[in-house]
Design a protein around this ligand. Structure first.
Ligand SMILES: C[S@@+](CC[C@H](N)C(=O)[O-])C[C@H]1O[C@@H](n2cnc3c(N)ncnc32)[C@H](O)[C@@H]1O
Length: 197
């Protein structure tokens, strides 16, 4: 089964699969990002929009959130829940982000990066749509080992959706045009951050 079909098939039940403790963890992680009010944030691989209310609250009414996903049913679930004047939904792939160069201040990608078909191209696309000095954040509310073990145990379409080891992640993001790359991989959190050169 194609990954897009896999996620579309999960869309209706997706929110019921996310535990309250994970939502709290994500809220803490978004809070720690200290997004500037008024900034424009891309939520890449938004899914059913789990991060959307957190991002909208952080950037305020003068900011903007663009939510992108390649699975139309996942996007449809997000659209049912959230309609804000400063929120835009776009169907598109991480490998070919439907935004102009330097269109956003921040790219936030939660629980989605290892699913992208071409990790290097996705990282380059994130750099392209970010303004100079803009920040990329790739995060998961679990450690790398937890996520990779989970995907292997689920098997099927997500079996090969693995977060690469630290030095490979550094290489992917520095080759894509990021500097000051940091990775934090601890129980209950994986967090990569970098600034566009
Ligand atoms: C595990 S879900 C996470 C969704 C959401 N960010 C969350 O935290 O609940 C991964 C999402 O990435 C999307 N996705 C996977 N590959 C993609 C790609 N190449 N381009 C865009 N979206 C993709 C899937 O459709 C799915 O909605």
């Amino acid at each position: 089964m194609q990954l897009k079909d896999y996620f579309d098939g999960k869309a209706a039940e997706w929110d019921t699969l996310i535990k309250d403790e994970v939502i709290i963890r994500l809220q803490n992680m978004v809070e720690e990002l200290a997004l500037s009010r008024g900034s424009k944030v891309l939520d890449l691989g938004t899914g059913t929009g789990v991060l959307i209310p957190m991002l909208i609250e952080a950037v305020g009414s003068s900011g903007d959130v663009v939510a992108i996903d390649f699975a139309p049913q996942m996007l449809a679930e997000a659209q049912k829940k959230y309609q804000e004047p400063n929120l835009e939904f776009l169907e598109g792939a991480a490998e070919d982000i439907p935004l102009a160069d330097q269109a956003v201040d921040e790219v936030v990608c939660n629980s989605a990066f290892p699913h992208f078909d071409d990790l290097r191209r996705s990282a380059k696309e994130m750099a392209r749509v970010l303004r100079r000095g803009g920040r990329v954040t790739v995060m998961h509310p679990h450690s790398r080992d937890y996520i990779n073990d989970l995907h292997v145990s689920l098997g099927g379409a997500v079996r090969n959706c693995l977060i690469p080891e630290e030095e490979v992640m550094f290489a992917i993001f520095s080759e894509a045009g990021f500097e000051n790359i940091t990775i934090k991989d601890v129980p209950q959190r994986y967090f990569l951050s970098g600034r566009k050169v």
